[in-house]
Design a protein around this ligand. Structure first.
Ligand code: FES
Length: 129
């Protein structure tokens, strides 16, 4: 995102699962809930399909932060996809450590389809961090 030394604006990528988090993001838009425009949302079928290499590629090629949003545990439409996302998030954290990347540049969050205010808050918090 455009920046100069006075008004740095981070660029975030958010991988949002189709069934819950993307719908929550969509509902935030419909409900006109304000959140920073710093995020580019990528819809994925399930949070469990986001390979760690996608996150590392983004972080090492210009993204300031990456967010993976999925259904709450127990609600994944593919049963255990979000549990896989959690395991991958742990691996991503270790990889980030190896690359000397700040841990706050990556987050995994659960956002349901009805949690549009929560989605907006997650974006605000991530941009702030
Ligand atoms: Fe949402 Fe799997 S379908 S996390």
């Amino acid at each position: 995102m455009e920046s100069n030394s006075d008004t740095y604006e981070p660029l975030l990528l958010a991988f949002c699962c189709y069934w819950c988090s993307y719908t929550g993001a969509d509902l935030a838009g419909v409900a006109r809930i304000q959140y920073p425009p710093n995020v580019r949302i990528i819809r994925v079928q399930c949070s469990g399909m986001v390979h760690p290499n996608l996150v590392m590629d983004a972080l090492t090629n210009g993204a300031d932060g990456v967010l993976i949003c999925g259904c709450h545990p127990g609600d994944c439409h593919y049963r255990e996809g979000n549990l896989r996302a959690k395991a991958r998030a742990d691996a991503i954290s270790l990889m980030m450590e190896d690359f000397a990347l700040e841990p706050e540049r990556f987050r995994l969050e659960w956002v349901s389809a009805s949690e549009s205010p929560r989605f907006a808050q997650v974006i605000r918090d991530t941009v702030e961090d």
